[in-house]
Design a binder for this molecule. Structure first.
Ligand code: CS2
Length: 487
């Protein structure tokens, strides 16, 4: 038996399910990037709103490129199981807030029509850091990326999120329909402002007047999103099948913790996501920086060190003193230059992160987090580093983390068949192969302006410390770096 509207009644009594009439739910939210994270986070918050009887806010999702999610969820009426795993308890519920899914580029015309329609009040986004096509060091739109160039050449038939948003807003403006809110839910500092910068830069290329109108009329609230949600594995599918007694083609396995802080600026209203614990705040930058630096910064550190010490999951990496001995002082360095949101104790926040990282029920792969380092290092580790440099403070642990990333890419570059998952992979691998010597490798990688900008490579003291930490990791017998490196 497969999960669907018809089989809902056959679920075990312990499994929560939609209590509302899904046929009456309006698809007022279009979500771009319907992956595991969105389904563990915003779709769960929205399910709680629908459960109160407010049926105005269903989600119509879209895969940005692929139709995989549409193909998996269509036969089960877009229902899926969400398994929330604690260290010693698990809860499973069926989420009903997604009422349709478009299949990536093949459905781009239908998606554009839906986004242009007055029924769409919010367009939310989870497309990861690289999905905004921004050069994060300079803030410039990457006009040369083929997908962006193609949309700029044919703006009426867009495929990228930027092309879709701009064309849909253009259609709405022409039809006298108010603009939707653009809600970024990606792990970027000032994610709303970045989304706005990307949309405006794209719009300016196609229609300057439209760009002025978007700037004046469209809201792009910033958000801080948090829920550790590993990619679904076959083992997860089997486990969920056992829990719910039927097949779910694409369940989501996540942790029990969840957090969402949102700037309250919406052009056409919004759901009462606070019902399920979301917080509307005007202190969003502090929330975002705390999360990006304390959680994601240590996550990235742990993933590179985990990859270099053969630790496959975060929970396993957290058992290695070599790693925790770096993480504890790393958190101190990060916290020392942090502006915490009012009422938040950052020491307690970090303690809770440790518990979450140690959760044995979550098989969060270090390889997954290690992806896209070029897009992650700047806001997660280099931002607190710069704050410390400005205050004349030393940062041995943040620098060790950057050295760990360098070893990770050098090792990938020198391992036959290994693939570096990063939009800058070609450039990074070329640079990583230019030299065998520690100072040469560090200097070459540091010269990647899109990651390190111009200030860090020019900082002689930082460069010397980075070489020192790079050498120290290479000499550590517990760390398996590329054998070619001369130290
Ligand atoms: C992780 C995040 O993959 C990564 O880079 O650091 O996805 C992390 O799990 C989430 O931000 C937690 O909210």
């Amino acid at each position: 038996m497969q999960l669907s509207e018809n089989s809902l009644t056959q679920l075990p009594a312990s499994v929560a399910r939609p209590s509302y009439d899904r046929s009456k739910v309006l698809g007022a939210i279009v979500h771009l990037g319907i992956g595991a994270f969105h389904r563990a986070h915003q779709a769960m918050f929205t399910d709680a709103v629908l459960s109160t009887g407010d049926l105005a806010w269903g989600i119509v999702g879209a895969g940005v490129i692929s139709a995989d999610m549409k193909n998996a969820l269509s036969p089960q009426d877009f229902l899926y199981a969400l398994a929330e795993m604690g260290a010693d308890s698990e809860k499973v519920r069926v989420i009903g807030s997604i009422v349709g899914v478009f299949g990536g580029t093949e459905d781009a015309d239908k998606l554009l029509a839906k986004m242009s329609d007055v029924s769409t009040r919010i367009v939310s986004i989870t497309v990861t850091e690289k999905g905004y096509y921004l050069d994060l060091a300079t803030g410039k739109l990457q006009l040369q990326v083929p997908a962006v160039a193609a949309d700029l050449a044919a703006p009426a038939t867009p495929k990228t999120i930027l092309g879709l948003i701009v064309q849909a807003l253009k259609n709405r403006r022409a039809a006298g329909i108010p603009p939707f809110t653009v809600l970024s839910c990606d792990n970027l500092p000032n994610n709303g402002k970045l989304a706005k910068a990307a949309v405006l830069a794209f719009a300016r290329e196609v229609d300057a007047g439209l760009a002025v109108w978007i700037e004046a009329n469209v809201c792009f609230p910033c958000t801080m999103v948090d829920r550790i949600t590993p990619a679904t594995t076959d083992a997860d599918r089997a486990h969920v099948t056992e829990l719910i007694g039927m097949v779910d083609a694409w369940p989501v396995v996540t942790e029990q913790f969840v957090q969402w802080v949102i700037e309250d600026q919406f052009t056409m209203g919004r759901p009462d996501w606070n019902i399920a614990g979301a917080v509307f705040s005007d202190e969003i930058e502090n929330w975002e920086n705390m999360k990006l630096r304390c959680l994601n910064g240590s996550h990235s550190t742990l993933s590179y060190l985990g990859q270099l010490t053969g630790r496959e999951t975060v929970a396993d990496a957290m058992k290695l003193p070599l790693i925790t001995d770096i993480l504890d002082p790393l958190w101190l360095e990060i916290r020392e230059v942090l502006h915490a949101p009012k009422g938040v104790n950052t020491a307690e926040y970090v303690e809770s992160l440790k518990q979450r990282f140690r959760n044995p029920a979550l098989k969060h792969r270090t390889a997954q987090i290690a992806c896209d380092g070029s897009q992650k290092l700047p806001q997660r580790l280099l931002a607190p580093l710069r704050d410390r440099i400005a205050k004349g403070l030393a940062s041995p642990m943040i620098i060790t983390a950057v050295a760990a990333w360098m070893h990770f890419v050098v090792k990938t570059a020198n391992t036959p068949g290994a693939v570096l998952n990063d939009p800058l992979a070609t450039e990074i691998l070329d640079k990583a192969r230019l030299s065998n010597e520690a100072s040469g490798i560090v200097g070459n990688l540091l010269a990647i302006e899109k990651i390190f900008d111009l200030d860090l490579p020019a900082n002689a003291s930082f460069r010397a410390q980075l070489i020192e930490k790079f050498v120290a990791l290479a000499k550590n017998p517990a760390v398996a770096t590329a054998t070619q490196i001369k130290v």
